[in-house]
Design a protein around this ligand. Structure first.
Ligand code: HEC
Length: 100
């Protein structure tokens, strides 16, 4: 009996999985520059890297991070876009302004 109960629980967990995935999709804060960040930074990795680093990076840190993405990783971001992105990240995900 225990085996049947366990496999039923397992099956219902499986059928719930898609909706859980939807709920946990990370959403960037809505502010000037969000669309640029969302389109430029998702091409190589998850946007989760942004909130994950919001505890450590201030404006200088984000500036260095964005430069590194461009120089070391080859992100196709021009200087104007980089300025907007750094502004957005330091305002919304800076160490001094962590997300809620
Ligand atoms: C051309 C590919 C590419 C683009 C575009 C890109 N990244 Fe990255 N990024 C990487 C790679 C490669 C790593 C390191 C490997 C890994 O952990 O996936 C990384 C890692 C990071 C990290 C983790 C810390 C670190 O330095 O390893 C952060 C934060 C980050 N990226 C932020 C951004 C932001 C913000 C943008 C948009 C401005 C961006 N990335 C765009 C390739 C890219």
């Amino acid at each position: 009996m225990a085996t049947i109960a366990t496999s039923l629980a397992f099956l219902s967990a499986l059928s719930l999985a898609p909706s859980h995935a939807d709920e946990s999709t990370f959403r960037l804060k809505n502010a000037n520059g969000r669309d640029l960040v969302a389109t430029k930074c998702i091409t190589c990795h998850s946007l989760d890297y942004i909130p994950m680093n919001s505890k450590f990076l201030d404006r200088k840190g984000w500036d260095a991070e964005v430069r590194k993405m461009i120089k070391a990783m080859g992100a196709p971001i021009n200087p104007d876009e980089a300025a907007t992105i750094v502004e957005y990240l330091s305002k919304n995900y800076g160490r001094d302004n962590p997300p809620d």
